[in-house]
Design a protein around this ligand. Structure first.
Ligand code: GLV
Ligand code: MN
Ligand code: MN
Length: 363
């Protein structure tokens, strides 16, 4: 960012910004960005692509001697993934005023660390109050992370909405007992109860034709020994649906299932919400601008719903926002096999450039 001539700033939650003060310097900036944190054992494109492409837009404009009518702001938001510290999209959520910065900084990680201390220790905590620069509009370029564009051979996704996300941690308490001596009917097996939740979620999601998805991504048994019936199972539930009412219905059905399960299995069950975000509809004018700009470049585009969470859904609380997707090979993401061909990455970055030019009357 410094090499690109940007003014580099960080806010208290560690969001990183590079500001190009250009055009009407007091005007609210066009913000372009994404995130550079990753999941465990991640691919290299998720997030980084959008930040690097934003930087590339600035560099391309400067190299061409073009001056936007308003400032450009490159953003890399903290902790988009939320793997170590929940909720996800934390940096952009705090930036948009949806979570108090002090509460976010006090978040305890999966490794027992405190986010605020880790940000300070790693030199990522800055002096600015989150939200200190209010964007005029926000664009985020990202890999699709799903199979649709690759399957259809379409190079560009104009993302018009993003599904709601519900994260919970479920704790099931049973009774540890001997694996060899305890008859099956007399067990209070937290592990078996947890397994029933996994299959319930899967079968429920498969039952209706709705695009609802459900995932149990983490599970830990106590005492975690081959010959001991688990006394405790702790696991996460990730529920998503583009429809707010259906997402709520899924949560309610899970809650009812857990009540029945507790009675049937002789276990006690508690739940804790880790993240809860309603579906988001992106700005229709920006989405149409993305489509028009793609057409002008001879790139086919299709409208789509984002299955993944993105910082754009938080920044949409502050200003008009939209996203551009490029294809993911085999629809693979959150995996080192994540891949998008260089030409496809370049096409997306060029489109980000074109849309930015249209929005900022760059000449
Ligand atoms: C972020 O990648 C998410 O959708 O969980
Ligand atoms: Mn991402
Ligand atoms: Mn991700």
């Amino acid at each position: 960012m410094r090499e690109a001539g940007l003014e580099v700033m960080r806010d208290r939650i560690g969001n990183l910004f590079g500001l190009w003060r250009v055009g009407a310097a007091q005007a609210a900036p066009l913000m372009l960005g994404s995130h550079i944190d990753t999941v465990i054992n991640a691919g290299i494109y998720d997030g980084c692509y959008g930040v690097l492409a934003a930087l590339e837009v600035v560099e391309a404009l400067r190299a061409a001697g073009l001056a936007p009518e308003r400032p450009l702001l490159v953003a890399a938001f903290t902790n988009e993934e939320g793997v170590r510290y929940a909720p996800d999209m934390m940096g952009s959520l705090v930036y948009a005023g949806g979570l108090d910065v002090a509460a976010a900084l006090a978040t305890i990680g999966t490794d027992g660390t405190v986010l605020g201390e880790e940000l300070a220790r790693t030199g990522q905590a800055g002096p600015h109050e989150p939200g200190f620069l209010r964007p005029w509009a926000y664009l985020e370029l990202h890999i699709e992370q799903g199979p649709i564009l690759a399957h259809e051979g379409v190079p560009i996704g104009a993302v018009e909405n993003l599904q709601g996300i519900s994260w919970q941690r479920v704790t099931i308490e049973g009774v540890a007992n001997h694996a060899g001596t305890t008859p099956m009917a007399l067990r209070q097996d937290a592990g078996h109860a947890a397994a029933r939740v996994v299959t319930f979620l899967r079968e429920r999601a498969a039952r209706d034709a709705a695009p609802a998805v459900a995932t149990v991504g983490c599970m830990a048994f106590t005492p975690n020994a081959i010959n001991v019936i688990p006394s405790r199972a702790v696991f996460t539930v990730d529920l998503r649906d583009p429809d707010a009412a259906r997402l709520r219905a899924a949560e309610e059905e899970l809650a009812r299932f857990l009540e029945t399960l507790a009675a049937e299995e002789g276990v006690s069950i508690s739940t804790e919400h880790l993240a809860r975000f309603e579906p988001v509809v992106f700005d229709p004018v920006l989405v149409a601008t993305i489509e028009d700009a793609a057409a002008a470049r001879g790139l086919r585009a299709r409208r789509m719903t984002s299955g993944a969470g993105h910082d754009a859904q938080m920044i949409a609380r502050l200003c008009p926002a939209a996203m551009i997707f490029v294809p993911s090979r085999d629809g693979i993401s959150h995996n080192p096999r994540e891949y998008t061909a260089p030409a496809a990455l370049e096409a997306g970055a060029n489109l980000l450039l074109d849309v930015s030019r249209r929005l900022t009357a760059t000449g």
